[in-house]
Design a protein. Structure first.
Lengths: 313, 336
C-alpha cells in the first residue's frame, strides 16, 4: 500500500521530472550525435564543462540565461574537438570520446581552482527558481508535478519536441539521419558529410553541456568537483533504450528519474530491513533490465562508429 | 678621467655596502632559521579542500603554516589509484610529516609508510595505527553530535527526523548513532529516516533525498552532506549541521552544528615530530571535546531555554566524564 501511495503522490512525480531533466538534455545530445553516426563518450566531461562554465559565468556577473548560453557554447567547443578528431581524421570514436571526458573534466577543475584558489565552501549563485505558471500550477496533481519546475525543465521538454521536429520533419533532419545511415548517399546528394557530422556533434555537445548547467544553476546553486557523478554515462545507455528516438528518450529519462525518486523514498519506508546499497542499485538494475527488453530490437544508425572518407569504398 | 675615477670609487663603495648588508641579513636569517627550522609537512587529500572533512585538516595546517611552524604543500582531489605514488613523492621530497586519509587505501598506505620509517605519517583511518610511524586520526565528534541530537529531538514536532548521509562508513555511522541517541533522550518516540546517497559530492541528489524526507513528514534534517540544508531552508524546516559551521549561509535554518576542530590533532603531531617523540599513536582522541577537537555551536534564538539548559548540563557531564557517548560504527537504519 505504501508503494501505491508513493507512486500516486504529485511530489514523487515532480522529483522524477527534476531528476530526469539533466538526463533529458544529455540523452537528446547523445542522440543527435549518434544519429549522425558519431558516438560521443565525451558526454560525462562535457557535463562537467557545462556545469562549471554556466555557473562560473553567472558567478562572474552574467544573468542566468547568458550563463546557459555560455555553457552551451563551451560544450560545443568540446564537440568541435571531438568532431575534428573523429570525422575528418577518422580516429576511434571510443578513444577520442573518453579522451574528451578526461580532458574536459580536468580543464574544468583546473579553471575552477585557478579562479578560486582559496575557498572554504563553494560560492553560490542565485539559481533558477521554480516557475509559478498561472492557472496550470494550481491544477490538482498535474500542477505540482509538472508546472512547478524551473525554466530549464521546460526548456528540456521543449527541446524534445524541437529535436523530434527537426529530425523527422525537416530536410536538415533527413540529412542528419542519412549521414548516420549512409554517408555515401549524402555525399552523392552534394551535401557535406563532414559538415553535417561535425555540426551534429557540436549541437549535441551543446545540449549535453546544458544538462550539466542544470545541475549547478537549477538543481543546485554551486559547483562541486565530481558532482556529475555518472549522469553522462546513464545518457549513453538511455539512447539505446530510446532506439534513437526523441520521444522514447524522454520516456527513458523520466523512467530513470522515477526509479531514482522511488528508491530514495523506499529507503525511508523499508530501509531498516534492507541494506541501503540495494536501493542505490535499483535504478541501474531496472535500467539494464529495460535495456535488455527494449534494445534487442534496437535499430542502430547503420554508419554509427564508421568514419567516412571521401572516395573510399 | 676624473669623473670616471669618482664613478669607480662610488661603485666600490656601493658594492661593499651591499655586501655588508647582505652578510648581515644572511647571518641574521641564518640565526633565525637555526632557532626554528619550519617542519616540512605535506598533505594528500582524495577530495577538494572545499569538502567539509578535508577542509578542517587543511584549515589546521594552513594555520600552522601562518604561525611559521611548518612549510605546507598539498595535493587535493588525488585519485585513490594515485594515492600511493603521491605518498612516495612527498616522502622522497624530504617531507617530515605526511597527513592524509587512508580510508580507501589502508593496506597500500601502510606499506608505503613502512618503507619510509624516518617520515611521520598521520592518516585518517578506520583501522588502528601501525608501528613504527603510521599514526591515525578520525573525526571523533560523536560528543557534540549527541548534543545536536538532543536539540533536534526537542525541536521536532512531527517526531520524524530525516538523515542524509554520504557513504555508510564508520566515520559517518558513529556520528549518526550519537545524534540518534541524543534525539531519543529528549524525544523517546522519535522516528528516523536514514538515506545514503553513495557520493560525497552530489548536492543535487542530497537535496532531492531531503525533499523526499520532508514529503514523508520530517521536520528536522541531519545535514551530513551539502544540499540538505538547502532543502530545509526552502521548505522552512530546521537542519542540524555537521563538521563545519554553515549557519551564516542558512539563517534561521541551522539549529545547531557539531563542529570538528583538527587543530589539537595537528598541533600535537607537529610538536611530536619536532621533538622526536612521534609514535604510531591513535590521535583520534584529540577530536574529543576534552581536547577541544569537537564543539557544539547552537543558534540560541531558535532553541527553547529548557532544552538549552539540558544540553549545557550534558556538555558539562561529558567534559567531567560523568557521561560517555557510546561509539557505534554499525550502519544506522531507518525506524520501522
Amino acid at each position: 500500500m505504501e508503494y501505491v501511495d508513493i507512486l500516486t503522490s504529485a511530489s514523487f512525480w515532480a522529483a522524477a521530472i527534476r531528476i530526469a531533466t539533466p538526463l533529458i538534455f544529455g540523452v537528446l545530445g547523445a542522440l543527435i550525435c549518434e544519429r549522425a553516426g558519431v558516438l560521443n563518450l565525451g558526454i560525462e566531461g562535457i557535463f562537467v564543462v557545462g556545469a562549471m562554465t554556466g555557473w562560473m559565468a553567472v558567478w562572474i556577473g552574467a544573468d542566468l540565461w547568458t550563463g546557459v548560453a555560455v555553457a552551451a557554447g563551451c560544450g560545443a567547443v568540446f564537440g568541435l574537438l571531438h568532431g575534428i578528431l573523429t570525422v575528418p581524421l577518422g580516429l576511434s570514436q571510443h578513444v577520442s570520446g573518453l579522451g574528451i571526458t578526461l580532458f574536459a573534466t580536468a580543464v574544468s577543475y583546473f579553471t575552477y581552482r585557478t579562479a578560486l584558489p582559496n575557498v572554504s565552501s563553494p560560492p553560490r549563485i542565485e539559481a533558477f527558481q521554480p516557475l509559478d505558471v498561472p492557472g496550470l500550477s494550481d491544477l490538482p496533481f498535474i500542477g505540482p508535478a509538472l508546472f512547478q519546475q524551473t525554466p530549464m525543465t521546460f526548456l528540456a521538454l521543449a527541446l524534445v519536441l524541437m529535436v523530434g521536429f527537426v529530425l523527422y520533419r525537416t530536410p536538415l533532419g533527413l540529412a542528419i539521419r542519412a549521414v548516420g545511415d549512409n554517408p555515401a548517399a549524402v555525399e552523392a546528394q552534394g551535401l557535406s558529410v563532414y559538415g553535417l557530422r561535425i555540426g551534429a556533434v557540436m549541437v549535441g555537445s551543446a545540449l549535453m553541456a546544458l544538462g550539466g548547467a542544470f545541475l549547478t544553476m537549477s538543481a543546485f546553486d554551486a559547483f562541486f568537483f565530481g558532482m556529475i557523478n555518472g549522469r553522462g554515462w546513464i545518457c549513453i545507455a538511455l539512447v539505446v533504450f530510446a532506439s534513437w528516438r526523441p520521444g522514447k528518450a524522454l520516456l527513458g529519462a523520466v523512467l530513470f528519474g522515477a526509479f531514482d525518486a522511488f528508491q530514495i523514498r523506499l529507503q525511508n519506508e523499508v530501509g531498516g530491513a534492507i541494506p541501503s546499497q540495494v536501493f542505490l542499485m535499483i535504478p541501474y538494475v531496472l535500467s539494464i533490465v529495460a535495456l535488455v527488453i527494449v534494445a534487442r530490437k534496437a535499430d542502430y544508425p547503420r554508419a554509427l562508429l564508421q568514419p567516412y572518407f571521401r572516395g573510399q569504398r | 678621467m676624473f669623473v670616471k675615477q669618482t664613478a669607480g670609487w662610488m661603485r666600490r663603495a656601493v658594492f661593499s655596502a651591499i655586501f655588508v648588508m647582505a652578510a648581515v641579513l644572511f647571518s641574521a636569517s641564518y640565526g633565525v632559521a637555526q632557532a626554528a627550522e619550519p617542519l616540512k609537512v605535506a598533505a594528500i587529500y582524495t577530495v577538494p579542500v572545499e569538502q567539509q572533512w578535508v577542509g578542517r585538516i587543511h584549515k589546521a595546517l594552513t594555520a600552522a603554516e601562518e604561525r611559521g611552524e611548518i612549510t605546507y604543500v598539498y595535493s587535493e582531489n588525488t585519485a585513490n589509484t594515485d594515492y600511493e605514488r603521491v605518498m612516495r613523492e612527498y616522502a622522497e621530497a624530504g617531507n617530515q610529516l605526511i597527513v592524509g586519509e587512508a580510508f580507501a587505501v589502508e593496506r597500500a598506505a601502510r606499506a608505503v609508510a613502512a618503507e619510509y620509517p624516518e617520515v611521520a605519517f598521520l592518516m585518517g583511518s578506520s583501522f588502528p595505527a601501525a608501528e613504527p610511524n603510521f599514526a591515525v586520526f578520525d573525526n571523533y565528534i560523536h560528543e557534540p553530535s549527541y548534543l545536536t541530537g538532543m536539540i533536534a529531538g526537542a525541536a521536532s514536532k512531527s517526531g520524524k527526523i530525516g538523515m542524509v548521509g554520504g557513504f555508510a562508513i564508520p566515520e559517518v555511522n558513529r556520528l549518526m548513532h550519537a545524534f540518534m541517541a541524543g534525539a531519543r533522550e529528549t524525544n523517546p518516540d522519535v522516528e528516523f529516516m536514514v538515506t545514503f546517497i553513495n557520493s560525497w559530492y552530489d548536492p543535487p541528489k542530497a537535496k532531492e533525498t531531503a525533499y523526499a524526507m520532508i514529503d514523508n513528514g520530517a521536520d528536522v534534517l541531519y545535514a551530513e552532506r551539502f544540499g540538505v540544508s538547502d532543502a530545509a531552508q526552502e521548505k522552512g524546516i530546521f537542519a542540524i549541521g555537521n563538521v563545519i559551521d554553515t549557519a551564516s549561509d542558512y539563517p534561521g535554518t541551522i539549529l545547531a552544528s557539531a563542529i570538528w576542530h583538527m587543530e589539537p590533532t595537528i598541533d600535537k603531531a607537529i610538536a611530536a615530530v619536532k621533538d622526536g617523540t612521534f609514535k604510531a599513536d591513535d590521535y583520534g582522541l584529540y577530536s574529543f571535546m576534552e581536547f577541544g577537537g569537537g564543539s557544539l555551536v547552537a543558534d540560541e534564538s531558535l532553541i527553547d531555554a529548557a532544552t538549552l539548559d539540558a544540553v549545557k548540563a550534558k556538555e558539562a557531564a561529558i567534559l567531567d566524564k560523568s557521561f560517555t557517548v557510546e561509539i557505534d560504527d554499525t550502519e544506522p537504519k531507518s525506524s520501522q
